[in-house]
Design a protein around this ligand. Structure first.
Ligand SMILES: Nc1ncnc2c1ncn2[C@@H]1O[C@H](COP(=O)(O)OP(=O)(O)OP(=O)(O)O)[C@@H](O)[C@H]1O
Length: 310
């Protein structure tokens, strides 16, 4: 049984279909990143899974319980970092906030430890209303972690954070995941997705258009690698020259089969120096899949060759 089970989930806001029937299962300790453009249904999905929103059709189970009626025993095992839903009290201090929310759990994490980890130790006596946006976000994460959750939902947890705070949150999420905590995170930051995600759910217009690892997503987009090198002598074989971009002695060659193309180059007697092979990025794959530009006739192996020894 998955820690999360979602079957043909649909949500209609009046005439707007926000989710058009998505299905997936998440197992324990999975690291799931939900991607998709504005309005694709990410927050709606998380809101339903958190028990905050009733689906129009389909069903979802979280830790074995059907949404939206999650019993307190299940809720206590979940943590949330949701946009504008933290329910923080502006007139409490940071420390008082953790004491208040900590009281809901049988064995809350010690507040000083959490504050230290989130870089909020020197803000402990500050009122919530006087925190900066980024500090508030970190306090929301502290509250989400207080009850030692098994499952955490994070809706754009690092949006509006400065780079230092973002790195701190990434390290914290990785540490939690290493300890076996399952997370489902939405983001528009593809670097965040690549760093934290082992599985990507890609939504477009309320439909799940990709479910798999970031590597598979890159492979499925069917985008070329970029072979680049400095040419020292001889001309390129004509079959490759038509694809190549040449600037002086620097050559860039887009290639779906870099192993084969490199072999052809070496076999042709072209002098190659400073050879590098850049795979397509997750961001490029994301954009290509959203445009519907996937080349599904290429098997992933055809575009993800072993680059060992390059
Ligand atoms: N309460 C609501 N009433 C009506 N329409 C809504 C409501 N909430 C969301 N929608 C619509 O449902 C669709 C999905 O919205 P959702 O917030 O889930 O998208 P999202 O992928 O999280 O977007 P973003 O990246 O901008 O946060 C959008 O078209 C949005 O306008």
């Amino acid at each position: 049984m998955g820690i999360l089970e979602v079957s043909d989930l649909r949500k209609q806001y009046g005439s707007i279909p926000a989710l058009k029937g998505i299905s997936f299962t998440v197992g324990v300790a999975e690291r799931v990143v939900v991607l998709g453009p504005n309005g694709s249904g990410k927050t709606t999905t998380l809101d339903i899974l958190g028990g905050f929103l009733r689906p129009t059709a389909g069903w979802a189970r979280v830790l074995g319980a059907y949404v939206p009626h999650l019993p307190p025993g299940v809720r206590r095992q979940m943590g949330f970092v949701f946009q504008d839903k933290a329910g923080l009290y502006p007139e409490l201090t940071v420390r008082e906030t953790l004491e208040l929310f900590g009281g809901y759990y049988p064995d809350p994490l010690p507040a000083p430890e959490l504050l230290e980890k989130l870089g909020l130790a020197d803000r402990r006596d500050r009122w919530v209303r006087n925190l900066s946006g980024g500090e508030r976000r970190r306090l929301e994460l502290a509250v989400a972690l207080l009850g030692r959750p098994r499952l955490i939902f994070l809706d754009e947890p690092t949006a509006s954070l400065d780079p230092e705070a973002r790195l701190l949150i990434w390290a914290l999420i990785e540490e939690l995941a290493d300890r076996g905590v399952t997370f489902v995170l939405t983001t528009h930051n593809l670097e965040e997705a690549r760093r934290l995600g082992r599985r990507v759910l890609l939504l477009r217009g309320g439909e799940l258009i990709f479910d798999g690892s970031p590597q598979t997503m890159i492979a499925q987009a069917g985008l070329p690698y970029q072979i680049s090198f400095r040419r020292t002598e001889a001309t390129l074989p004509p079959a490759l020259a038509v694809r190549a971009r040449v600037e002086g002695d620097r050559v860039t060659l887009p290639s779906l089969r870099p192993d084969e193309d490199l072999m052809a180059l070496r076999g042709s007697g072209v002098g190659l120096e400073e050879v590098s092979i850049q795979p397509p990025t997750l961001e490029e794959a994301y954009l290509a899949l959203l445009k519907g530009a996937s080349h599904e006739h290429h098997s992933p192996n055809a575009v993800a060759p072993s680059l060992a020894g390059q």
